[in-house]
Each structure stands twice: as structure tokens, then as C-alpha cells.
Design a binder for this molecule. Sequence first.
Ligand code: UD1
Length: 344
Amino acid sequence: MSKKILVTGGAGYIGSHTTVELQNAGYEVIIADNLSNSDPQVIDGITRITGKKPHFELIDCNDRAGMQAIFEKYQGIEGIIHFAASKAVGESVQKPLLYYRNNLVSLLNILELMPLYGVKGIVFSSSCTVYGQPDILPVDENAPIKPALSPYGNTKQICEEIINDSIHSGAPYRAILLRYFNPIGAHPSAEIGELPLGVPQNLIPYLTQTAMGIRPELSVFGNDYNTPDGSCIRDYISVVDLAKAHVIAMQRMINKLSDNAIETFNLGTGRGVSVLELIEAFERATGVKVPHKIVGRREGDIEQVWANPYRANNILGWTAHETLDDTLASAWRWQVRLRERGIM
Ligand code: UD1
């Protein structure tokens, strides 16, 4: 019998790609999602790719009784991947309490329920935002956690602390904290991808929408940073590569392959790419021009950050394989598919 994994936020961008990889690896996936930032059609996309429909439960993870009902219904859930969270940095500054409630309460509910149902482990969706602007680049997992620049960033730090404290108190489960750098791109089938509601805040959806003519031009936030071309540097990682790391992390926990009850891994490529380089790479990979202009810096932006993924490479045996050009081409194919479907 295949092992059951609960994926909160499984209809979202990273959650849907991870569900595909889990199903491809033979797991039975139960998605718990309130569809607050995703579309139910995602489930059809997952089904078309894998030939298997994941279980789907429409639920807000803050609803403890509702979550408990899921554990009752699907007896024997072995692991949880917790993606469900609010993630817009700017919005979190406007609505901090909403962010603290959504991101903290849902985690508390899950951690309290796990021991009651014998769940072996949780993979937590964290972010390189916990490092702030690192003093040393590339940044590894031992780098100090810097004061958060937004309530969103703070929720990621607090959630990591909650999981740490819980494990150290002797909780009967394991945890793996995955700190993502900048996930981009889409599944190569273009059946699933990033679907931001409203005006995108993140670079890639804004860029692909501009290339499609939905937006007149892309604003490059600053060219006066202390970087070779003056624009910010990030570590852009294929969402499919990222999704695969979750499967490895889950196997590691369920099979108790580590001596440690809690582990933290950076998930990045190890390569820093500037905003201007990224635009150039997109144009090269797709042959489509991206009208853009330089504007002022965006408040709260970090100048440059990229991963030292050594620990994930060596301990998880995971490496980001996709090239930047292929990943950008997949983001474009997804945008084209959205147009074909009349969605955008
Ligand atoms: C941010 C968060 C990160 C979060 C992620 C997902 C911080 C410091 N980072 O990442 O924690 O997980 O969003 O929501 O809080 N840019 C432009 N023009 C645009 C949009 C972006 O030039 O229209 C630039 C930004 O200045 C940045 C880069 O593109 O240098 C990437 O931006 P974005 O995609 O928003 O991601 P981060 O800010 O790195």
C-alpha cells in the first residue's frame, strides 16, 4: 500500500509541483487547501501529468477541528509537507495580524495533531529570507538569522523556532526545514505553474506577463546596488528541482535515515543571477523581448543573496539540475498556455 502524505497548500505553486513529484514517486497525496491563493483547476493539471487524482480537501488549516477530521478520515498519514501560508511581503506589512494568524496558527494545529495520529515527520516550507542580507556569500545554513524585514519574514523565523522547540522538547516526530531561494518556472508539460491573483509582486510572473503584453513594461527595482551591473542578485531555482527535494526529505524522515530529529537545508542552485541578467537570459531562451525600465529601489529588498547548497547536495544527495534558460523557457510556456486557455 502506498504511503499517505498530507500536503497543506498543495494547490499552490510549489505545493502542486511537489504533489506531482510525490505521486510520481508512488505516494498517496492528500491536499488540504482553502484555495485562497490558488485555483481548483490545478488538481486537474496534476491529474493529467501523473494519471492519478490526488485527494482534495477544501479546508483552512487554521480550522483545528477540520484538520483533525482529515487525520480521522485518512488514517495512517505518515508525513506532512506544510506549504499553506500567506506569502506576500508587502501585504504582510499592511496586515500583520492576518499573517501571524494564518502562518502560525496553522502550524500549531498541525504540530498538536501529529502525535495524536502517529505522523512521523513534517517538512516545513521556509525561506532564505531568514538570513536577511548575509555577511558571507554564498550563504550556508550556519549563517546567523537576521532580524526579519517584514511580518511575513518574521512568521518564517517564528515557525522555524516553534518546530525547533517542539522537537527539542521530545516531540515524537521529525522535522526538516527547507529554506528556499527563489523558485521559478513551471512543470515542463505546462499543465501547472505559478498563477498569481491580481498584479504579480514577484519578478518572473511580472516578466512573463510583460512579455505577453499584459503589462506594458517591467520595472527593474534599482541599478545602483553594489553588484556588477547594479541590479539585485538572487538564486533562481527551478520549481521542479525544488519539488524533488521535498520527496527526498520526506523519504529521509519516514525511513529515519538521519540521526537528527531536525535538520535544515538550503535549496538553491549556488549561482547568483542579477535582475538584468535574468531578463537577458529570458530573451535568449525564448526569443521574446521584455520591455523594461530602471526605476527606484523597492523598499525592503535585499541587495544580493545566493545559496551554498553543499549540505543538500551532500547529505540529501539532491542537486538543482535544470538550467536557468530551460527554467525560464518553462515559465514562458506556462504563460502561453494561460493565454491559450483564455485565463490571462
Ligand atoms: C520575496 C521574499 C521572499 C519570499 C518571496 C516569495 C524578501 C526579502 N524576499 O523574494 O522571502 O519567499 O518573495 O514571495 O522578503 N524585481 C524587479 N521588478 C519586479 C519584481 C521584482 O526588479 O517587478 C526584483 C526584486 O527587486 C528582486 C528580484 O526581482 O531583486 C526578485 O524579486 P521577487 O521575485 O519579488 O523575490 P524576492 O524579493 O527575492
